[in-house]
Write a protein that binds this ligand. Structure first.
Ligand code: KG4
Ligand code: ZN
Length: 438
């Protein structure tokens, strides 16, 4: 629960560093009669230095996020050593600021949760090494966190009463496209994932190919996905790629929950090149067709996601894994990761869920993109379940110092082959019509 707001004062502060573009809200803790249990979260798996402190009720006590997006957009993509150096430069200030705004000391913290997998190795190492140092200095336990598990369980902080296990999660970010059945904080069953690119990657590459950053602020300050969303606002989602949604890979012949986006990316890049030649655009110019292109891309991505979700739910129905517990109980879907912040995609998923009687949970955009809150919260869930899963928490100093990163870690137990072997044919649903209700 992020609220109740009356117990907290919200202040907006500017981050001091030149490359940090994002302002952030800090919820200040007031005097409490009983000292709450607190967990510090450290997230540095990609290009955001996210630090947060949460309590046992999921209250966000303090949050700091230093984003590197603007710099990476101007560089034309993330250069891993640059990302590492930026994390290293800001992490200490972010952590001290987080403690300062929470009005607590490191010795008040019950544990440090830190992302150790998956992600960019150089970036992960910054957070992991920082957590080790802090743990040694203040004698604190460390909780290693899986970045994608944290994305999947973030919604629990926002919907503590409505959302419960089991649920299906769709995680869509810069590095992942995953459908997973989640039956507990340690029970993830991977139903399908991208065999090549992720939707965020497609959007980042398309924003670069369209040279959207040349349009100036805010396009040169925001992620590729956010730029595509902004550009698509007045575009026609059916202007391009109408045939791609009937390609076998995206429709009925491959009865799987796995995704493939690389063919679509090639089609997008070919279309952009062809339009640039036809229009004789100058090298720095942005195509006048960009709004229609972006809207069409968002439609196709939504279409592919919905197709795979449809099969995932049908599989779970057949296996009776999502049985209702009451007359009012509906199947649940949690969508998270950076691309879940996209209003077009979220709107399409909302309409699909309405059509299929599924309860949809999407965290606020700030909690969909990378942040320290999701790491701190995942750490808190693990701490609360330490008796059941003692291996979640590292308390031994030697083991803490031996903690390592795993840049390519998989998510959960892989049942994707079983899902494909089930050979489930899905009923046709009119996904195009969902656009009318956006
Ligand atoms: O989860 P995230 O912050 O980092 C990773 O774990 O990858 O996701 C980052 C991705 C980027 O590819 C970015 O372009 C995309 O999320 N993204 C968006 C939006 N905001 C960020 N994609 C679509 N619409 C947005 N509004
Ligand atoms: Zn992420």
């Amino acid at each position: 629960m992020i609220k109740p707001i009356h117990r907290y004062s919200c202040i907006l502060i500017d981050f001091w560093h030149k490359f940090a573009e994002r302002n952030f809200t800090i919820i200040r803790r007031q005097n409490c009669l009983h000292a709450p249990k607190l967990v510090l979260g450290i997230e540095t798996s990609c290009d955001d230095t996210g630090i947060a402190i949460v309590d046992q009720n999921g209250q966000i006590i303090s949050e700091v996020c230093a984003s590197q997006t603007a710099l990476h957009v101007s560089n034309g993509g993330i250069i891993p050593p640059v990302a590492r150096d930026l994390h290293k430069t800001v992490i200490d200030r972010c952590v001290s600021n987080c403690f300062h705004n929470a009005n607590v000391l490191p010795s008040d913290i019950a544990a440090i949760a830190v992302t150790v997998k998956p992600g960019l190795p150089l970036s992960l190492l910054v957070g992991c090494n920082y957590a080790k140092k802090l743990s040694a200095k203040y004698n604190l336990p460390v909780i290693p966190i899986h970045h994608m598990e944290a994305h999947a369980l973030t919604a629990l902080i926002q919907y503590p009463t409505k959302l419960s296990f089991p649920f299906v999660t769709l995680l869509i970010s810069g590095g992942h496209s995953i459908i997973c059945f989640v039956n507990g904080i340690d029970d993830f069953r991977l139903m399908g994932q991208s065999v090549d690119d992720a939707p965020g990657d497609i959007m980042d590459k398309t924003a670069r190919a369209l040279k959207l950053k040349n349009l100036g602020p805010p396009f040169n300050l925001i992620s590729g996905g956010a730029a595509i969303e902004l550009m698509a606002k007045n575009g026609d989602p059916f202007a391009y790629f109408s045939r791609i949604t009937s390609y076998p890979l995206y429709s009925s012949r491959h009865r799987t929950c796995n995704f493939s986006f690389s063919g679509f990316l090639t089609a997008i890049q070919r279309k952009i090149r062809q339009l640039e030649i036809d229009n004789q655009t100058s090298p720095d110019e942005v195509l006048t067709e960009a709004p229609d292109l972006c809207a069409s891309i968002l439609f196709v991505i939504s279409f592919i996601l919905i197709k795979r979700l449809q099969r995932a739910f049908q599989y779970l129905d057949e296996k009776e894994l999502l049985l209702p517990t009451s007359d009012y109980d509906q199947r649940k879907l949690v969508v998270s990761g950076g691309c879940a912040a996209n209003r077009f995609i979220a709107g399409m998923l909302k309409n699909y869920c309405y059509h299929e009687a599924i309860d949809l949970f999407i965290p606020t955009p700030k909690l969909c993109t990378d942040n320290g809150v999701m790491i701190a919260w995942n750490g808190m869930l693990k701490l609360q379940n330490e008796k059941l899963f003692p291996h979640f928490i590292l308390r031994n100093k030697k083991f803490i110092q031996m903690l390592d990163i795993d840049s390519k870690a998989k998510l959960g137990h892989d049942i994707s082959r079983d899902v494909t072997n089930a050979n489930i044919k899905c009923e046709r649903i009119d996904i195009k019509s969902f656009v009318n209700f956006l």
